[in-house]
Structure formats: structure tokens, C-alpha cells
Design a protein around this ligand. Structure first.
Ligand code: 2BA
Length: 109
């Protein structure tokens, strides 16, 4: 058994959860915050049998899209003034950041 930890964009999360549930996968949704953008994203925990793994990954790849986002980054105006001025930067947020862990035990009580 494997645990898929998928960090996805909020925009994709409802559609993705629906498709995973329709496919018979168990899903837990966590509301999370990205450390860089400091904006909300969604982390899904999906526990799968080994033979279900490829199917779950295919659904995630199919639905999660990368998008450009504008973030503001503080930058020193000058070394002597020490004043920080926010300026916009464009980042490409990936469709999904995925960690796959081998599950030692899966227990339901
Ligand atoms: P955030 O940390 O909010 O990052 C959003 C996007 O900002 C990243 O997209 C990346 O394109 C950009 N970014 C992140 N750190 C940067 C930096 N130091 N300088 C310039 N640009 C930077 P993704 O890489 O697709 O990551 C999307 C979200 O996945 C992240 O949101 C974070 O919540 C999570 N994530 C990514 N890598 C991770 C990791 N190694 N461990 C845990 N969570 C991770």
C-alpha cells in the first residue's frame, strides 16, 4: 500500500476529489498554505493499494494544471535607506507536488 500526498491548487481540488471518489479512492482533504506564496492550497491524502496507484496518479495528472500567479516580493530599495518596496514577480505554480510513501500499516478501528 502507498500513501499519496498531493499538494494541489484550490481551483482543481473539488474536481479532483470528485474524480478520485468516483474512481473508488479514499481521499482526505487538508486546507494548507504554501510557504512561498503564503496563499491557500489543498493537500490530499490518498491511501491506495499498489495496483490502484497508477490509476490514482493518472487522475491527478489529468486534472491538475499548472498556472501562472503573481506574487509580491519585498526587495531592499537601497542598502543605505533600508526601505523595502514590494514588487510583483510571476511564478509558475505546478499542477501538483506529490510525495509517495510506502505504508507500513493501515489500520481502521
Ligand atoms: P508555495 O510554497 O506557495 O510555492 C508556490 C510556487 O512558487 C511554487 O510552485 C514555485 O513555482 C514558486 N516558488 C516556491 N518557492 C520559491 C522560491 N524560493 N523562489 C522562487 N519561486 C518559488 P510549486 O513548486 O509547484 O509548489 C506548489 C506548492 O507545493 C508550494 O506552494 C508548496 O505548498 C508545495 N511544495 C512545493 N515543494 C515542496 C516541498 N519540497 N515540500 C513541501 N511542500 C512543497
Amino acid at each position: 500500500m502507498k500513501l499519496i500526498i498531493a499538494i494541489v491548487q484550490d481551483e482543481d481540488s473539488s474536481h479532483l476529489i470528485r474524480k478520485l471518489m468516483d474512481g473508488g479512492y479514499g481521499v482526505t482533504k487538508l486546507a494548507t498554505t504554501g510557504g512561498f506564496l503564503r496563499s491557500g492550497n489543498t493537500t490530499l491524502l490518498v491511501g491506495v493499494d499498489d495496483e490502484q496507484f497508477d490509476g490514482a496518479m493518472a487522475i491527478i495528472e489529468d486534472i491538475c494544471k499548472s498556472r501562472k500567479q503573481i506574487a509580491t516580493s519585498p526587495s531592499p530599495m537601497s542598502g543605505s535607506t533600508g526601505v523595502y518596496v514590494p514588487y510583483p514577480i510571476e511564478v509558475v505554480v505546478g499542477g501538483a507536488t506529490i510525495f509517495v510513501l510506502n505504508v507500513e500499516k493501515f489500520i481502521k478501528i
